[in-house]
Design a protein around this ligand. Structure first.
Ligand SMILES: Nc1ncnc2c1ncn2[C@@H]1O[C@H](COP(=O)(O)OP(=O)(O)OP(=O)(O)O)[C@@H](O)[C@H]1O
Length: 271
């Protein structure tokens, strides 16, 4: 079986600047794969290309062996690849349950007219969607905020809702972008536990950009280190932290790491 995601010799230029440079990597089916690296390493640019938000200048991206280079996000959604996004402003006035219920139609790009024309089927669909939303609420144990407006949730609760929105579809692989930022430890623990359960119990593959090394250490195997637009190393977090060149480039020389905000000269180091 092919890897669920394969990035083959992908380059992305912005004018004369090469943000991602002939980068190749694989995300294996059923894994929780981490992507780390100093600021400016090219992680977000790579994610944007895998998620269909940005086209590569050259190279190829495959999903389950199928070429998806340049395929837009709504088409990738239909193929089971999605990315969590902040709850859009207009959805902050919907409740948690409603936010879950709008996912299937909204994300699939189904027109309102088509739904309307479908007539009686709509109510049946709505019942099925509501049941699915309740199941997601149950799974994530967010029943106590199910009827709360999304705009009133804490940062961590919003992240749980964003994760929940991916569960309203038949996701195969979910891209998570810095979910720990601004989330308190208790909710982060809930979030991590739910990611683990989705991975183990529902067969989700996760591809995760994260600066929080505790979270990476808990969730991710393997971890891919990017620097200067290329993959510098891949391994367990322990292996990575034991590698002098990587420690120098990323952790700024401290092998114990905990580089929650790896800034500074480290970002200048080339692979
Ligand atoms: N739209 C753009 N136009 C010009 N340069 C860009 C653009 N997007 C990213 N870059 C540049 O590409 C490089 C890689 O950026 P990217 O955001 O991918 O890095 P990153 O590893 O995600 O960093 P961080 O951890 O800080 O988010 C940076 O130098 C950035 O300034």
């Amino acid at each position: 079986m092919p890897p669920i995601i394969e990035v083959r010799h992908v380059t992305r230029r912005f004018g004369g600047f090469v943000a991602v440079n002939d980068c190749s990597l694989k995300v294996e089916r059923g894994s929780i794969t981490g992507l780390i690296g100093p600021n400016g390493a090219g992680k977000s640019t790579l994610f944007n290309m895998v998620a269909g938000n940005l086209s590569p200048s050259s190279g190829q991206i495959l999903l389950d062996g199928e070429d998806i280079t340049g395929v837009p996000p709504h088409k990738l959604f239909g193929k089971g690849l999605l990315r969590t996004f902040q709850i859009a402003h207009e959805f902050s006035r919907l409740t948690v349950r409603e936010n879950l219920m709008v996912v299937p139609e909204h994300q699939a790009g189904e027109s309102l007219l088509a739904t309307w024309v479908a007539g009686g089927r709509v109510r049946e669909n709505e019942r099925a969607v509501r049941e699915k939303a309740d199941e997601v609420i149950d799974f994530l144990k967010i029943g106590h905020v199910a009827d709360e407006l999304a705009g009133n949730l804490s940062g961590g609760q919003k992240k749980l809702l964003e994760l929940g929105r991916t569960m309203m579809t038949d996701a195969k692989v979910v891209l998570l972008d810095e979910i720990a930022a601004g989330v308190n430890r208790t909710l982060l623990n809930d979030l991590a536990g739910n990611i683990e359960r989705l991975n183990r119990e529902r067969g989700y593959t996760f591809f995760v950009i994260e600066h929080d090394m505790d979270l990476i250490g808990r969730l991710c195997d393997p971890v891919i280190v990017m620097a200067a637009g290329q993959v510098m190393m891949q391994g367990t977090l322990d292996e990575i932290q034991a590698n002098e060149a990587v420690v120098e480039a990323y952790f700024g020389g401290s092998p114990t790491g905990h580089a929650t905000t790896p800034n500074g000269p480290a970002a200048e180091v080339r692979a």
